[in-house]
Design a protein. Structure first.
Length: 209
């Protein structure tokens, strides 16, 4: 294993090259996975324009827009790390409305958001047509290891100390969930791309030696 320092700009460029050059039946389904402190949504957003410039239609979907209703999500309280780990994201809805339609036999008719967690109601978003050859970027936390059908997986890894240091005080209750994720799923052991993101100004790619 080799750890290669890289600038944030170069990271986006290298990921763009990799994704733009990937050919799969239907559309390319990409997970950008990491705790909020690693800003997976920001990295996915940064890939949108470069991929479009490379000729790939793109849709960015946030897992935060596919949460389960509060009555289900918060059944065991607002700060239950086990509930956060096991059932906050509506994986069935994400698969039904995004990943399956983007797959080899899918229609390409994708829903960019399903649930408005603030209003706690359906987002009422309209469907978007993503043509063959397009890329759907799904960003968020705890996305890997649950059987969701991604073609390329990117994992942003933080050391326990960095995760503790960079997690917003109001979100510190989620730390045990990320400890479980690292222990039970170990996404850094199998993700296609692993980025060490302890310092957002100085990321590093983890590569096979």
């Amino acid at each position: 294993m080799r750890v290669r320092p890289i600038t944030p700009e170069r990271l986006v460029a290298e990921l763009t090259d990799r994704l733009a050059g990937a050919a799969v039946p239907g559309r390319l389904r990409v997970a950008v996975d990491g705790p909020p402190a690693a800003a997976p949504d920001a990295l996915a957003a940064a890939l949108v324009d470069p991929l479009r410039a490379a000729g790939r239609p793109v849709l960015h979907v946030r897992a935060a827009d596919f949460l389960r209703p509060a009555s289900v999500r918060l059944e065991h309280g607002r700060t239950n790390p086990d509930a956060y780990y096991e059932g906050w994201v509506d994986e069935v809805g994400l698969r039904r409305e995004v990943l399956d339609p983007a797959g080899p036999d899918g229609s390409g008719r994708l829903l960019p958001s399903l649930w408005d967690a603030v209003a706690d109601r359906a987002s009422r978003a309209g469907y978007v047509e993503l043509p063959p050859g397009g890329v759907v970027l799904v960003s968020g936390s705890l996305l890997l290891g649950g059987g969701l059908p991604f073609d390329v997986t990117v994992h942003l890894e933080l050391s326990p100390a960095a995760l503790d240091r960079r997690t917003d005080p109001e979100q510190r209750w989620t730390l045990p969930a990320f400890a479980r994720y690292a222990d039970e799923v170990a996404p850094a052991a199998f993700a296609d791309v692993v980025v060490r993101a302890d310092d957002p100004r100085h990321p590093a790619l983890v590569e096979a030696g």
